[in-house]
Write a protein that binds this ligand. Structure first.
Ligand code: UT7
Length: 354
């Protein structure tokens, strides 16, 4: 089908091939870091954390555990949930690769028994999962890929200064994954109406100053602050609300969906107050926002697929519902897309891990 024939609300691409979500899985490490534990060692209180962020606890890896370990666990659950053929593409969205070089995705693919497939990382911080979905959808639309595993995985505990009360209270470790297959635009689960954006003039708002070519070529050893994740929380809050709202609005307009037709908003899980502000801006009831913050905090690129997995598990997401995904992260980057929730078999048991 040709450009210009796409009806509103359709996930049809210029090639006529859509990407259909057909598998889902999540995984978080076992170690729980409670607000009470943080308030014992940082200048903060349990009350401040829950009221200012909505976060009740978060997970942290054991010493030596890396992003690929989480990604493999979530990825294998998504593959089991999807059943069917092995993907030909693996994309890992992460800010915390196992090493600066090489990418984490080839190792994840190999550990999942997929040697030989296309595998690469996407670096768009907390927007990484939505960028990864768009990349996979583009490859499927172009016929480069038939089936893709897209994983968001982050180990923020490895980059956040444990003594930094702003960031240590927010971030947690985790991974979530989906399988996308080539399908028809009108099927349940077809992803559509991606709206992506960035603004590099805001790069300093979320950053790790050291460890890249700028610092390494300077010959100057990094300070402690430069080695850790840094965020200007207040301004990031403002930018997150602005850009998630505007990209979501554009995605909904392209889909031809009115705000009151949206059943679930699954936004990047940064702060409960951000989720509510975005819903208010869009004119969508706050109770339609999926929130998983209380259990796992902000898990970076993992936050949207983990929230999807949690909501699918507890029945908050049901087949046929109109779902809006929207994300914001360092870069600055942002992105939104829509889908009607598919009838998928998660096929996984999370036991005590969530
Ligand atoms: O994932 C990428 C995107 N990330 C985000 O979207 C995160 C966005 N930012 C936020 O979620 C919030 O800005 C934070 C949770 C980081 C901070 O919350 P806030 O309500 O914006 O706090 P603030 O920075 O405006 O600080 C308010 C007060 C200050 O005290 P004074 O100056 O009013 O006396 C801070 O010093 O709260 C103080 N404060 C804290 N108090 C207790 C800041 N952090 C803490 C803390 N515990 N952990």
């Amino acid at each position: 089908m040709s450009i210009g024939r796409r009806p509103p609300g359709s996930a049809e691409t210029t090639s006529g091939r859509a990407s259909v979500l057909c598998g889902l899985g999540g995984w978080v490490p076992q170690r729980i870091v409670t607000n009470e534990e943080l308030s014992r060692r940082l200048d903060t209180t349990e009350d401040w954390i829950i009221t200012r962020t909505g976060i009740g606890e978060r997970r942290a890896v054991d010493p030596g555990q890396a992003t690929s370990d989480l990604a493999v666990a979530a990825g294998s659950r998504a593959l089991r949930s999807a059943g069917g053929e092995t993907p030909d593409t693996v994309i890992v969205a992460t800010t915390t690769p196992d090493r600066p070089c090489p990418a984490t995705a080839p190792l994840v693919a190999a550990r999942l028994g997929m040697r030989g497939v296309a595998a690469f990382d996407v670096s768009a911080v907390c927007t990484g999962f939505v960028y990864g979905l768009a990349t996979a959808a583009g490859m499927i639309a172009a016929g480069v890929s038939q089936r893709a595993l897209v994983i968001g995985a982050d180990v923020y505990s490895s980059i956040v200064d444990p003594d930094d009360r702003t960031n240590a209270i927010i971030f947690g470790d985790g991974a979530g994954a989906v399988v996308l297959r080539a399908g028809d635009p009108d099927e349940l689960g077809a992803l559509g109406n991606f709206v992506l954006g960035s603004d590099g003039t805001g790069e300093h708002l979320i950053t790790i100053a050291a460890g890249g070519s700028r610092q390494r070529s300077s010959g100057q050893p990094p300070t402690r602050g430069e080695r850790h994740f840094a965020m200007q929380g207040k301004e990031v809050f403002r930018q997150a609300v602005t850009h998630m709202s505007s990209s979501a609005r554009a995605s909904l307009a392209a889909a031809g969906w009115q705000p009151d037709e949206v059943d679930r908003v699954v936004a990047h899980q940064a702060n409960l107050r951000i989720l509510r502000s975005v819903a208010d801006n869009l004119g969508i009831d706050r109770d339609r926002c999926v929130s998983h913050l209380v259990d796992v905090g902000n898990t970076g690129a993992a936050s949207i697929p983990l929230a999807l997995d949690h909501a699918a598990a507890n029945g908050t997401l049901r087949p046929g519902q109109r779902v809006l995904l929207t994300a914001f992260g360092g870069g600055l980057t942002w992105g939104s897309c829509v889908l009607r929730w598919p009838d998928i078999d998660r096929g996984t048991e999370h036991g005590g891990e969530r």
